[in-house]
Design a protein around this ligand. Structure first.
Ligand code: AHR
Length: 505
């Protein structure tokens, strides 16, 4: 039996507003993400452009504000010019990142139109693997310059009279990774990123730029990479990127459920490194973070080697298709809570990815049904209700030790107040595999309150998954949650993701 967990909350103790861009996502030209995922001209629900309406309908509740594109590893060998102009004249290219065939039938204009359909802006990555300053500047001129120059007039001749006005640009992808095409040392990347940033800003001074951080925190070069790269680009970029995927690598569920503690440590270390460079430079500027790839990824690891090594150059083969369990959704939820609890520095976060490739939304191969994975729900609930100001949350709860972690809190939580709507929303994870977690929260400083909803993702079987036409893991209402005498009391089911919404007066 777990003892009562307590959260002390006061509207006076605010951390920072939630930047809506923390609910961004990512689509890469990889596997069936684009072709057979969002784009499927033969599908019965396809629109005039060939995009699946049923997939768009599943995306819409996620209210995604920004989509990172076109990669990922793919971007480091990409010639963006291949993806514009008449479709029947676009080259079919070997994508060396994933060893597949890229037909370029979906390119910049088509993806831009799809983003408009889902109501998202584009976050564009430039190729700093095989290419450099010129290609990045030409792409920016093509996208953002109004008219009267070679690249902007080429865009207009391709049917886009108005510029795209893309605001946020990633300077390459995971350039520290030996797997990356054209991978670089921190010195090489830092210099190139700095010069590319300066040249791009000459074309459009209004853009925001993201420098590439380490591919993941276990990289041997972390955090020296960050310090060295920022030494070059601190004054020229707005964000440093973080990427992290969590997985059950030890076969110990208690350990897996604790994994978001590494995300907490990762963010703190990157913030410390940014602030170290800030101090070194006597700078007044605060570097913000773009956590532009995050998710759970382990089920499919190693399973695609056969395709990539023995049967390469296929068009849109199924690659990196993790099927997520209930346990995955709970760990996913704790990762999301961790991102929100750093709202003062994490201004952008991209769920990687969105359709078919390590994704909340799947489509059956060959144009069948679209369906929602377990991880869809924590994201959808946070994207809908997680807006306002993150409050400082002081949590007291029981703790456990696992195979590789000590002192793991059973409760992971974040509280977000929407002052205009007079609401308080709590997102919480109970890490216990066996016990419900009693939670109380002193709300006297908020005046009177009423519980509008407590819904949770939980179940008997941690390995339960959803499938096409079989969505068994969905949020369910939890009864008994109430506010009385200025105190919230709730019981969080074992191994669960929870959302508690309170209307304050
Ligand atoms: O999201 C899948 C891959 O993970 C991306 O291409 C790469 O950036 C990362 O390693």
């Amino acid at each position: 039996m777990l003892s009562n967990a307590k959260i002390a909350l006061d509207p006076a103790f605010q951390l920072a507003p939630v930047d809506p861009r923390v609910y961004s996502s990512f689509i890469e030209h990889l596997g069936r993400a684009v072709y057979d995922g969002i784009y499927c001209p033969d599908h019965p629900t396809a629109d005039a452009l060939g995009f699946r309406r049923d997939v768009i309908e599943l995306i819409q509740p996620l209210r995604i504000p920004m989509m990172r594109y076109p990669g990922g590893n793919f971007v480091s060998g990409f010639h963006w010019e291949d993806s514009v102009g008449p479709r029947d004249q676009r080259p079919r290219r070997l994508d060396r990142a994933w060893r597949t065939l890229e037909t370029n039938q979906v390119g910049l204009h088509e993806f831009g139109a799809w983003c408009r359909e889902i109501g998202a802006e584009m976050m564009m990555a430039v190729n700093l693997g095989t290419r450099g300053i010129d290609a990045a500047c030409n792409l920016l001129e093509y996208c953002n310059h109004p008219s009267g120059s070679y690249w902007s007039d080429l865009r207009r001749s391709h049917g886009a009279e108005q510029p795209y006005g893309i605001h946020t640009w990633c300077l390459g992808n995971e350039m520290d990774g030996p797997w990356q095409i054209g991978h670089k040392t921190a010195e090489e990347y830092g210099r190139l990123a700095c010069e590319t940033a300066r040249a791009m800003r000459k074309i459009d001074a209004s853009i925001e730029l993201v420098a590439t951080g380490s591919s993941y925190p276990e990289m041997p070069t972390f955090p020296t990479w960050e310090a060295t790269v920022l030494g070059h680009v601190y004054d020229d970029v707005d964000y440093l990127s973080l990427h992290q995927y969590l997985g059950d690598t030890t076969g110990d569920l208690g350990d897996f459920l604790a994994k978001s503690l590494t995300t907490e440590h990762f963010i703190r270390s990157v913030v410390a490194t940014c602030d170290f460079v800030k101090a070194q430079k006597r700078s007044k500027k605060q570097m913000m973070l773009s956590f532009d790839e995050w998710n759970i990824w382990y089920h499919s690891l190693g399973k695609d080697d056969e395709i990539q090594e023995k049967h390469p150059w296929q068009q849109a083969p199924g690659l990196v298709e993790d099927i997520y369990t209930l346990a995955d959704a709970v760990v996913f939820g704790s990762m999301l809570i961790t991102l929100l609890r750093h709202a003062d520095r994490v201004k952008i976060a991209c769920l990687a990815q969105l359709v078919n490739v390590i994704a909340p939304i799947m489509t059956e191969p060959g144009g069948g049904k679209a369906w929602k994975q377990t991880i869809y729900y924590p994201f959808a609930q946070a994207a809908q209700y997680g807006h306002g100001t993150v409050l400082l949350t002081d949590v007291t709860c029981d703790r456990y030790d696992s195979k590789t972690f000590t002192d793991v809190p059973y409760l992971e939580a974040v509280a977000i107040q929407d002052e205009a709507a007079h609401t308080l929303t709590l997102f919480a994870v109970n890490r216990s595999q066996t016990d419900s977690l009693p939670l109380s929260c002193d709300l006297r400083a908020f005046g009177t309150g009423r519980v509008v909803e407590h819904s949770a993702l939980f179940g008997e079987d941690p390995q339960a998954v959803n499938g096409p036409g079989r969505e068994v893991i969905v949020p369910r209402p939890v009864s008994g949650t109430a506010v009385a005498d200025g105190s919230l009391s709730a019981l969080l089911p074992p191994m669960s993701w929870n959302m508690i919404r309170i209307q304050c007066q």
